[in-house]
Design a protein around this ligand. Sequence first.
Ligand code: NAD
Length: 354
Amino acid sequence: MIRPFTYQALPMRVVFGPGSLASLPDEVAALGLTRVLVLCSPEQEVTGKQVADALGDRAAGVLPEARMHVPVEVARRARDMARGLGADGCVAVGGGSAVGLGKAIALEHGLPVIAVPTTYAGSEMTPVWGLTEGGAKRTGRDIRVLPKSVLYDPALTLTLPAGLSATSGMNAIAHAVEGLYAPDATPIVSLMAEEGTRALAAALPRVVADGSDLEARGEAQYGAWLCGAVLAATTMSLHHKLCHTLGGTLDLPHAQTHTVVLPHALAYNQPAAPEAVTALSRALGGADDPARALWELAGRLGAPRSLAELGMQEDDIPRIAELAVANPYANPRPVTRGGVEVLLRTAWAGDAPA
Ligand code: NAD
């Protein structure tokens, strides 16, 4: 029987396909924008400049300073620059860091953001912002930061290295996994989660084998879009809480941490989430044990599978377990300190999920 649910669609516009970057000037014009600030990370400055060139006199400037977790001083500089240039919008080109910087400007100045994602992180689909100050990250939800238009051009992902393609793709699958057993899961979102997982699990081995395979890149980005939409629509649980704690406390890298933790968090929750297991099993080619299948997928992709190789010390396990259970949150299976500690020990060692 279908359980009662509430579903709130977000006002998102998506332009998808190889070469779709060419329609960026039309997207900017359709929003009535005349002077947009282009945001990207330092490593993608060349791409940022290409985008600005394509926009001609609708581009007010390029700020190539986006960094992981949006440090507040970078956000301040970006806000000052946007104000100084008289920008009336932003185009964020890149991964979650560039999109996050656009959101930080939108949060304070209300400037509309157009996102051109080049990883699979999914931030472009969500109204969630984050800002880091003095080592502490604050996050919140505000509809003003949701990009007005998202342009997915798989050609822009051809340069994403194999390692980051693999881990960023697993990061996206993590949104789908937790969306499937979320307290606010709904039938339409579960469809997106299953299809997003299927598309990414099928595409990632091809992407890693040949980064220039545009068709595989397109399928991976399609999956990432769906998984990002799931992240926006549902409340995340144990897996995201653990990754947030590991990233915030030990400064472990975002996508890699998600990749290592996901099979173990899913294994923990599987006994209490039979419908999610059924959907994931279908998405992963009929796998009996989706957690094990994701661990094997990470192995096939050559992605990290242990927290030790990400630089975590074994001594840190009790502290992280303590923090991860400090505040209650929704999870299909009760979260116990002992259970989390066992999970973390297995993930730290890189053993198969138990
Ligand atoms: P990222 O944006 O930091 O990118 C990682 C690196 O990859 C950067 O150096 C970037 O320049 C490079 N890169 C990106 N695309 C490339 C490409 N196509 N070719 C070559 N290099 C490329 O990493 P991310 O994993 O995309 O995002 C992580 C951040 O996003 C975290 O801070 C996370 O908290 C945030 N995030 C937020 C949300 C949300 O809803 N607010 C959702 C997901 C992630």
